[in-house]
Design a protein around this ligand. Structure first.
Ligand SMILES: Cc1cc2nc3c(=O)[nH]c(=O)nc-3n(C[C@H](O)[C@H](O)[C@H](O)COP(=O)(O)O)c2cc1C
Length: 384
């Protein structure tokens, strides 16, 4: 080990490819670097590759799950911990203390820094901003994100701070000193984060592009009928299923009924795997139905472990959500209220309608049309 040692946690962002550079920059300053790799980070960096660069331990998430003490010992020997790149989901894990890795970091009583890297919409999402501000209030230092172009092609705050800027800031952290790079995060916060309202011009649009995000439970069985109902009203429907819904609704079936490719965690047609950004971007409106207890909790907390959670964080389009009526999958009222305050339109349909019925599907499609009309009316009344 060097004079000072840092544990570098690499999480599931495409900016993980810059970790090699960061490790070298830290080593050049005489800082020893141990690495923790989350499962998602291994899309870009393998444990063997990290071992080639560091003469120190490399621990993966699966090793942490099997032997949590190994991580605790590593953190005890480290002088500071930095998550770089830190994904939106990892920031959420730290705030909610809901993974072995996050628990060990939160308990280790060492200085902690995170360097976020994500799409600008994910960073500006009210849930991510809430989580980042919470970390700041807990004494976690945040490095970036900085303004610039991201891997998905978007521009804005979300870009990973350059390793050559991160390394000196970490050197200061290890010396117990402040550094101007730790102030930059305040510039990147949106003044008033909220999801966009339904666009008034939507009502007049002949073909509206709708992204249908489907979570699990009995209500998902109304999906085929819902797609038909939406299509008959002029919506072009692209489907994306969460893991539970994928067990009930095969992508082939959804594609046949919708006439568009259907997506899930296992089926993506973008070589970069950027569907979680691209799908909401290409739609006029996002409809989430059924929305389950776990799904709404993830949305309220700003988590992105699931494919749909990720797409929700990345959306800059209006979101309408129909809570599940399935008794075991019904969302928690506090979580629903939180996402409503974040700008999600909550649409409820009569509970007595059979989950798989055409009536239920029509009620949802009517509800969407009604919401769009209402918004247009409200804007006219308020003169904007
Ligand atoms: C191609 C691809 C690129 C991604 N890039 C990012 C990113 O830059 N930032 C981010 O927060 N999430 C990104 N994600 C999503 C995360 O990998 C996902 O939320 C994951 O569950 C994070 O897990 P972890 O924080 O435990 O590593 C990306 C996903 C894919 C498939």
């Amino acid at each position: 080990m060097g004079e000072k040692n840092i544990t570098l946690v690499i999480t599931g962002s495409i900016a993980a490819v810059k970790s090699y550079d960061l490790i070298q920059q830290l080593q050049a300053k005489g800082i020893g670097v141990s690495v923790v790799l989350t499962d998602s980070a291994q899309q870009w960096i393998t444990p063997d590759a990290a071992k080639v660069l560091t003469a120190l331990p490399v621990i993966t998430s699966s090793e942490i799950r099997a032997q949590p003490d190994q991580l605790k010992q590593l953190l005890a020997k480290s002088d500071a911990i930095v998550a770089a790149p830190a994904s939106a989901d990892f920031i959420k894990q730290l705030v909610y203390n809901d993974s072995e890795l996050a628990k060990a970091i939160n308990n280790c009583q060492k200085p902690v820094a995170v360097a976020p890297a994500m799409n600008v919409m994910m960073w500006q999402h009210p849930a991510t901003q809430r989580n980042s501000k919470k970390l700041l209030s807990q004494g976690v230092q945040i490095l970036g994100p900085v303004l610039g172009k991201m891997a998905c092609g978007d521009e804005g705050y979300g870009r990973f701070m350059e390793p050559s800027d991160i390394a000196p800031a970490l050197e200061s952290l290890l010396a117990g000193k402040s550094h101007p790079a730790f102030e930059l995060v305040n510039k990147s916060f949106s003044p008033k984060p909220a999801l966009p309202a339904i666009d008034v011009s939507l009502a007049a649009k002949k073909s509206k592009k709708l992204l249908l995000m489907i979570q699990g439970g009995k209500d998902a069985l109304a999906t085929y009928a819902l797609i038909s109902s939406l299509r008959s009203r002029g919506y072009q429907v692209t489907c994306a299923t969460g893991d539970e819904a994928t067990k009930l609704l095969p992508a082939e079936g959804l594609a046949t009924i919708s006439g568009c490719t259907a997506y899930n965690r296992h089926y993506q047609d973008d070589v970069q795997g950027m569907e979680h950004i691209r799908l909401p971007e290409q739609s006029d409106i996002v409809l989430i139905t059924p929305a389950t207890c776990d799904g709404v909790k993830e949305m309220a907390e700003g988590g992105a472990q699931s494919f749909l959670g990720c797409a929700y964080l990345a959306t800059k389009k209006p979101v309408v959500l129909v809570p599940s009526t399935d008794i075991e999958k019904q969302p928690n009222a506090a979580d629903l209220e939180r996402i409503r305050q974040d700008g999600v339109n909550i649409l409820t349909v009569p509970k007595q309608l059979h989950p798989a019925s055409k009536e239920r599907a029509d009620a949802i499609a009517d509800g969407i049309d009604e919401l769009i009309k209402q918004q247009t009316l409200e804007r006219k009344i308020h003169g904007n």
